[in-house]
Design a protein around this ligand. Structure first.
Ligand SMILES: Cc1cc2nc3c(=O)[nH]c(=O)nc-3n(C[C@H](O)[C@H](O)[C@H](O)COP(=O)(O)O)c2cc1C
Length: 134
């Protein structure tokens, strides 16, 4: 099974990157920034995709990334997000992906931006659990 972890992380704290790396560690793969790999190069059975809201919207490059996913390249997506309070990145990504006919798991991972350290282990377990149960 091929599992990919991709993220968009903008602040100097790298909150979403750190959660992505923990999820990837639980799976045993590398987390890759969409800045470094703007398009999936290999088919993924599961794509873990995460980002955060900035002034109420996700980064435009994450939106473009999601809109540009070839449905033939991804069987299923698992979402994750970090933020101060909002989970709207998950809702917005889900809407984009479902419109494209891509299956999105109901379960997603959320970490408050100030609780990243506390949530690394849970993120790792989430990655492990979701990759085994899907
Ligand atoms: C300019 C800016 C705007 C933000 N706007 C929101 C927001 O509208 N809602 C929210 O819940 N969090 C907001 N946040 C918090 C970020 O979503 C949060 O810090 C997130 O973990 C950042 O992820 P990153 O470190 O991976 O970039 C904002 C942060 C910044 C820097």
């Amino acid at each position: 099974m091929n599992i990919a972890v991709r993220y968009c992380s903008k602040t100097k704290f790298g909150n979403t990157r750190r959660i992505a790396e923990a999820i990837a560690e639980g799976i045993g793969v590398n987390a890759v920034s969409i800045d470094d790999e703007p398009k999936l190069v290999e088919k993924a059975d599961i794509l873990f995709l995460g980002g955060a809201p900035y002034a109420n919207i996700m980064a435009p490059e994450l939106r473009s990334y999601a809109e540009g996913i070839d449905p033939g390249m991804v069987s299923k997506v698992v979402l994750f997000t970090t933020s101060n309070w909002s989970k709207r990145t998950v809702l917005a990504l889900k809407k984009i992906l479902k419109k494209k006919g891509i299956e999105v798991c109901e379960d997603y991972f959320f970490s408050h931006m100030l609780k990243v350290d506390d949530n690394l282990n849970a993120a790792k377990e989430f990655g492990k659990k979701m990759s085994m149960s899907n």
